[in-house]
Design a protein around this ligand. Structure first.
Ligand code: NAD
Length: 426
């Protein structure tokens, strides 16, 4: 049975990202009779740290930035989650992203809770030195809560392995020795894991391929449109091409490009590195953000930001399968519309979980100072994603709900079990 059977109704379109997550948690907890205390704990974040800190800019003046680190839940293990640098990021968005991390770690059954960090800033207009000073000062301010046994940051939108290296170094200098396990997504030279950079995209491709098999769709030759051409979007594109898919459109914040015969993804990537955008790549037609989402194709892979597929454009989505590379790309109302229209949505907390899975492998390797081959990393990732996909699909068929609600049910059940086993302190 496919996910279209009896989607759960969501009452109204909420715009606060954390309230959206809370509403989904409420719906699922009520439906599967989760104990009230567990429900109430899950609908709030355990800890929200806001810091304000000064950074010396290159021209000599000092600017005060705000930073957040939110830990949603740590029942199943240390808090884990990325760090976002984006001008529009808010505390509520950071809380939503932290909650999704708790759920994601539970869906793929790795021993982590969820966290997220953010600094509202535009990393594109900061010099490398400014970015380093901002990162080191933010890391010092959140040292209160991070650590390899406590809360482990990783890259997200606007941050990368270099930013993780600065955090690792700042933390290590403060404690007086090198601590590999304090961040993941680090460069290989300081304890990064092979396969981590590609892991989120690889996880998207694994789940897309499994879904195609489930739907009886031809994966080889499938046409794909990808929104966002950063880490997740570009790596997914490259790996999908290796699987024989045809990438017909990609976009970044400046706009999109389209070629129905298929794009040479490697060349698009080099072009973006040279010019800063995919826009203007040879032999392509320009596409607006809206046009990309509504393109005639087999697979749509949103890999940019939240709420891109929303009530006004969801009825026009033509792809049969939507693979949520981004966190929260679909609003609850849009989700219901996609469901009603028979679309197969692989929810973010499953589709993009490859990143946190290999982050977990990186952390384990760092704690043991024993490093795996890339084949070993990819083999273990395949196994974890395969299990999680089938557990979510089986839940969806048994409970007659879509894949998103099934993923939430599976995750929340696991978290409840852990909460009940631990009890309430003191
Ligand atoms: P990134 O910064 O590397 O890339 C983001 C891309 O989105 C950029 O190409 C940017 O130009 C583009 N973009 C921004 N707004 C856009 C718009 N309106 N239309 C089209 N493109 C737009 O970030 P990333 O690490 O690839 O993360 C992308 C998404 O995936 C985020 O939602 C993130 O939370 C999620 N995610 C990332 C990871 C990871 O390991 N990096 C893991 C899980 C989930």
């Amino acid at each position: 049975m496919s996910q279209q059977t009896q989607p759960m109704d969501l009452i109204c379109e909420i715009t606060n990202p954390f309230e959206m997550v809370q509403q989904r948690i409420d719906d699922v907890c009520e439906r599967i009779n989760i104990c009230e205390v567990c429900h109430l704990r899950l609908r709030e974040c355990k800890r929200e740290l806001t810091v304000h800190f000064p950074v010396k800019m290159d021209d000599g003046h000092v600017k005060v930035f705000t930073g957040y680190r939110v830990e949603h839940n740590t029942t199943r293990g240390p808090a884990k989650g990325g760090l976002r640098y984006h001008p529009d990021v808010t505390l509520d968005e950071t809380k939503a992203l932290a909650a999704w991390m708790t759920l994601k770690a539970a869906v793929v059954n790795i021993p982590y809770g969820g966290a997220k960090g953010a600094v509202p800033c535009d990393p594109k207009v900061l010099s490398r030195d400014e970015l380093e000073r901002l990162t080191r000062r933010y890391a010092s301010e959140i040292m209160l809560v991070i650590g390899p046994e406590r809360d482990i940051p990783a890259p997200d939108v606007g941050t990368n392995p270099q930013v993780m290296a600065w955090i690792m170094d700042t933390y290590s200098m403060n404690v007086g020795y090198s601590v590999l396990g304090v961040v993941t997504g680090k460069p290989l030279s300081i304890g990064g894991s092979k396969g981590r950079f590609e892991a989120t995209g690889r996880g998207c491709v694994i789940t897309a391929k499994l879904s195609a098999k489930h739907l009886g769709m031809n994966f080889e030759g499938a046409t794909v449109a990808i929104q966002g051409f950063g880490n997740v979007g570009s790596v997914s594109a490259m790996l999908l091409v290796k699987e024989g898919c045809k990438i017909i459109a990609v976009s970044d914040s400046k706009g999109g490009i389209y070629n129905p015969k298929g794009l040479d993804v490697e060349k698009v990537l080099s072009y973006k590195k040279e010019t800063g955008s995919v826009v203007g790549f040879k032999d392509t037609e320009p596409l607006t953000h809206a046009e990309l989402l509504e393109l005639e194709c087999d697979i749509l892979l949103p890999a940019a930001l939240e709420d891109e597929i929303c009530a006004p454009n969801a009825p026009s989505v033509k792809a049969r399968m939507i693979v949520e590379g981004a966190n929260g790309p679909t609003t609850p109302e849009a989700d219901r519309i996609l469901c009603d229209n028979g679309k197969f949505v692989i929810p973010d907390i499953l589709a993009n979980a490859g990143g946190v899975v290999v982050s977990y492998f990186e952390w384990v390797q760092g704690l043991q100072s024993f490093f795996w081959s890339e084949d070993e990393v990819n083999r273990q990732l395949q196994m974890v994603m395969d299990n999680a996909f089938h557990e979510v699909l089986e839940t969806s068929q048994r409970e007659k709900v879509d894949m998103r609600n099934a993923a939430y049910m599976l995750a929340i059940k696991r978290i409840e079990e852990a909460m009940l086993a631990r009890g309430i302190f003191p």
